[in-house]
Design a binder for this molecule. Structure first.
Ligand code: SF4
Length: 263
């Protein structure tokens, strides 16, 4: 990209997750004119907003909130009522990527992406030529332990929801594990009830639209004790803290994760 330094924008998207927060902290003094942004689907967990407030206080500048063109219900209507799923991720395209690309417009930007050195994945790359990614953690060889150190040394710490959920993103995200749905029901019963309202049974065709594969949220909750029991049986007895459990869950679910939503 052959662009004058003074016209080049530097942007960093925080998702409400730990890695992008650590990257924002890491880059604060390296790129003073960094613009921070957060694409708000309107369906984020309350803990995310608390965490963004803490992060803003540390960064000393606002994190720009980008809103999609219409909320989730509007987007759902535009997609004929079809819930998004791992194979049909219109939600990420319409509610995360589009607001970002519209905000950037035709400006030339470098976007800083929080893929760690110990992760084997590509990360978000825009199809637009004026948006070029950089991966500082990969470039500097920073891994999960470094991210944890950055968060604790800054005083920002982890977002509170990590004690029961392994990723940021919408409260109804279909990438959630079954145990995380149980966590949602426990920590945010109101949001769990909201998520249930989106599930559908087409009585004529018998088709079911459920967030979690193979069962409705009501059915999942009926099996809650079995799900939790089988999780604890499969866990390594040496794993004790929630941070260690989180690392294990992340390792297991890395391939399925929502790259732009949950970094
Ligand atoms: S967090 Fe999940 S539900 Fe929300 S936009 Fe991303 S993939 Fe879709």
């Amino acid at each position: 990209m052959n662009v004058k330094a003074e016209t080049l924008r530097h942007v960093l998207g925080v998702s409400g997750g730990k890695d992008s927060a650590a990257l924002a902290i890491y880059m604060r003094d390296k790129v003073p004119d960094m613009e921070y942004f957060f694409t708000d689907t309107g369906a984020e967990l309350p803990e995310v907003y608390d965490f963004l407030d803490k992060l803003e206080a540390y960064l000393g500048k606002p994190i720009k909130r980008l809103m999609p063109n219409g909320d989730f219900d509007h987007q759902l209507k535009m997609h004929n009522g079809f819930l998004p799923s791992p194979n049909t991720r219109w939600c990420t395209r319409e509610m995360k990527i589009r607001p970002f690309e519209e905000w950037v417009g035709e400006d030339h930007v470098v976007t800083y992406v929080a893929i760690r050195a110990d992760e084997d994945r590509e990360g978000y790359r825009s199809t637009k030529d004026n948006i070029q990614p950089r991966f500082p953690f990969k470039e500097d060889g920073l891994n999960r332990a470094d991210i944890e150190r950055i968060l604790y040394n800054s005083g920002v710490g982890y977002p509170k929801y990590y004690e029961w959920r392994s990723r940021s993103g919408c409260y109804f995200c279909f990438f959630q594990r079954k145990s995380e749905w149980i966590g949602l029901a426990k920590h945010h019963p109101d949001l769990f009830e909201e998520a249930k309202k989106y599930e559908k049974l087409e009585t004529t065709s018998g088709d079911r639209y459920t967030w979690s594969q193979g069962e409705s949220l009501d059915e999942l909750i009926l099996r809650a004790s079995k799900i939790l029991e089988s999780n604890s049986n499969s866990q390594n007895k040496k794993i004790e803290t929630w941070q260690e459990q989180l690392a294990k869950i992340e390792d297991e679910s890395e391939d399925e994760s929502c790259l732009i939503c949950s970094l």
